[in-house]
Design a protein around this ligand. Structure first.
Ligand SMILES: [Zn+2]
Length: 463
């Protein structure tokens, strides 16, 4: 029996939807709430945030009469945010409780800065509190492998949310030494782990992590922009646990959505965020079921409202109802990012998610980095650095064999437009962790035109 997502009752309460409403009536009531909030936030942003005063200047004053009208409002892009962070600030500096600075990978010096008020942070704690009730019960223990040291960091907010449901938490922090983390998780006798996919995988693939065995860790929540299915399956196999996915980015107020016990797509935080999926090229709304770019509008944030913010994430709304019986929408697990793809040729696009699905099946592999460059002969070269678990496997032949399972790589090699000169291995224990940065294909473009789907590289950290 699959329990209904706890988010439904929580969202109904926040949106003041009567307890008797279900199905179509629930959906209509939620849409009415969202329309009201979208109109309020547009007004609020125009009155208080200098960026939106300019950006939405030509918008008529009349409120939207239907949610579909949101399509007339221009998008906000990550570049807008990087170019003028304080232009988004809608409260006095004194009212800002936390500023998160997101580094960029380039040397341009641009950084996205996000401002949160005390009230904004409370919204996140409240979401974590209710979202986590699918995974843990009062009295249980959670090891939090996310940054938690600083007050109001993501891990700290999560620990505060868990405390509200009488769940104990170990604020361990990001994993830099997987063996140390595995021992800490084992001695804490955690029922649940929350962390970043490759880092939790590294913990599971140490000897101490594997020795935890099945039946002790009941659930794992993986939090990042997207989770390779191969990693979720590997964790299920080692620990016999359920693996839930959380979708979030700092711009969303850290939390965006979380899976229910059906483990088949996120239910979204729809009282605080309005989500759209749009066609990447035209910007028009995608019908449910069609893949597009995730766009969201904050409905309740005061410090820094965001209107139609483009995430760059690729996903779709699942048209079928969720097996948990909820009337809430479900978004399929994010498939990666538009700026994470490299076009090798017509009909031949290499994505990190395709490589992940192949490579994380190798049991001795903890993580890898891939760089694609283009030689003067016009051919692409794929350089791969692999971080292996203790014990020394896999071999370079096994890595090459799995890479050959990736469509774009196989086609590229067959068409003589791609070569893989070598596979390099990092020495055991000497891997510099990527911290909490989003993973991506590193491009070393000689001819930038070869790289599509990417206007500017802004590598965001999620926390
Ligand atoms: Zn569900």
């Amino acid at each position: 029996m699959i329990a209904m997502t706890p988010l439904e009752a929580w969202i109904a309460r926040k949106a003041r939807i009567g307890p008797g409403l279900a199905g179509r009536f629930f959906v209509e009531a939620l849409k009415a709430y969202q329309l009201r909030r979208v109109n309020e936030i547009i007004d609020y942003a125009r009155c208080n945030a200098p960026f939106y005063r300019r950006h939405l200047a030509s918008l008529p004053d009349a409120p939207l009469s239907a949610l579909s009208g949101i399509a007339r409002i221009p998008f906000t892009t990550p570049s807008d945010l990087a170019d003028d962070p304080s232009g988004f600030l809608a409260v006095r500096q004194d009212d800002v409780a936390r500023i998160v600075t997101l580094r960029t990978s380039g040397s341009t010096g641009e950084a996205k800065r996000l401002f949160f008020t005390e009230g904004d942070l409370e919204l996140t704690v409240d979401f974590f509190h209710h979202g986590m009730s699918s995974l843990v019960r009062p009295g249980q223990r959670v090891a939090v492998l996310l940054p938690a040291e600083r007050p109001d960091s993501v891990g700290d907010l999560l620990v505060r949310g868990l405390r509200r449901m009488d769940v104990h938490a170990l604020a361990y922090g990001p994993v830099t030494d997987p063996l140390h983390a595995a021992r800490a998780v084992a001695s804490y006798r955690a029922h649940c782990l929350v962390g970043i996919p490759t880092q939790v995988l590294a913990v599971a693939r140490t000897r101490a992590g594997a020795a935890i065995g099945k039946g002790s860790i009941e659930s794992v929540l993986l939090s990042t922009d997207y989770v390779p299915r191969a990693i979720a399956e590997a964790l299920e196999e080692v620990w016999g646990c359920r693996v839930f996915n959380h979708y979030g980015m700092t711009e969303m107020g850290l939390g965006g959505g979380v899976e229910c016990e059906a483990l088949d797509g996120y239910h979204l935080r729809e009282a605080d965020l309005y989500f759209e999926v749009v066609d990447r090229q035209t910007g028009e709304a995608c019908s449910d079921g069609a893949l597009g770019e995730v766009v969201f509008t904050t409905l309740t944030r005061r410090g820094m409202p965001l209107v139609r913010y483009r995430t760059g994430d690729i996903a779709r709304i699942i048209p079928q109802p969720c097996p948990c019986g909820s009337s809430l929408r479900r978004m399929e697990r994010v498939r990666g990012r538009w700026d994470g793809a490299v076009r090798l040729g017509p009909e031949c696009t290499l994505t990190l998610s395709d490589m992940d699905e192949a490579l994380f099946r190798l049991t001795g592999l903890l993580d890898y980095r891939v760089t694609v460059s283009k030689g003067r002969d016009g051919r692409f070269r794929l350089h791969i650095d692999v971080h292996r678990a203790e014990g020394g496997s896999p071999t370079d032949l096994e890595v090459l064999h799995m890479l050959n399972e990736v469509d774009a790589i196989r086609k590229g090699i067959a068409g003589a437009i791609l070569e893989i000169p070598s596979v390099r291995f990092s020495a055991d224990g000497r891997w510099t962790t990527t911290g909490v940065s989003k993973r991506k294909i590193v491009t070393d473009p000689i001819d930038p035109l070869s790289f599509c789907l990417k206007s500017r590289t802004i590598s965001t950290t999620i926390y």
